[in-house]
Write a protein that binds this ligand. Structure first.
Ligand code: GNR
Ligand code: NI
Length: 178
């Protein structure tokens, strides 16, 4: 197992569109394990392979309070969306920044599980938001893209300053809501 490095916005590699997984082999299984370890260590509630510089359509999510419910989505497709809802979102690739984003209220996602079986999942609430956030990563999108140009500029400057000063992670006390 290994904790992988997470790319930080505005790293251009966060824009690379991810390709579908064609074969669920040992390499993919190792990727899933390393992504789960990376997500838990961060800690975060989701992680897309693009964020660890692997341009494949693989997502891990665990929204449980005690890291007991790992869910794996391979080649996910959102096949239904209903309603609209606004949530304060954060992202491990945009450390220390939170901002409201509007997304579909509930979704149905079709994907392969770790055994290569096709599974449909209906999700609402935080799970729905998280799946949409992660699928965006696979399409080269970051939640910041939904914000105003002014907010995007502020975020860019703040993170570039952090990177320059070699700050790896932002203490929660320094987090800002834009
Ligand atoms: O850890 C995360 N928390 C979160 C909170 C609100 C909406 C989305 C997320 S996903 C994020 C982890 C991450 O960056 N996944 O790509
Ligand atoms: Ni994210």
């Amino acid at each position: 197992m290994a904790v992988l490095d997470i790319l930080v916005y505005p790293d251009p590699r966060l824009r690379q569109p991810a390709l579908p997984v064609s074969l669920l082999d040992d390499e993919i299984r190792r990727l899933v394990r390393d992504m789960a370890e990376t997500m838990y260590q961060a800690p975060g509630i989701g992680l897309a392979a693009v964020q660890v510089n692997v341009p494949l359509r693989v997502i891990v999510i665990d929204i449980s309070a005690d890291q007991s419910d790992l869910q794996v989505f391979i080649n996910p497709e959102i096949i239904e969306r209903t309603g609209a809802t606004q949530t304060e979102e954060g992202c491990l690739s945009v450390p220390g920044i939170f901002a409201p984003v509007e997304r579909a209220d509930s979704i149905t996602v079709r994907s392969l599980n770790q055994d290569g079986e096709t599974v449909d999942l209906y999700a609402e609430g935080l799970m729905s938001v998280c799946i949409q956030h992660e699928v965006d990563h696979l399409d080269g999108k970051v939640f910041v893209d939904y914000l105003s140009r002014l907010k995007q500029e502020r975020i860019r400057k703040r993170l570039q300053k952090q990177i320059k000063h070699g700050i790896q992670s932002t203490p929660v006390s320094d987090a800002v809501t834009l």
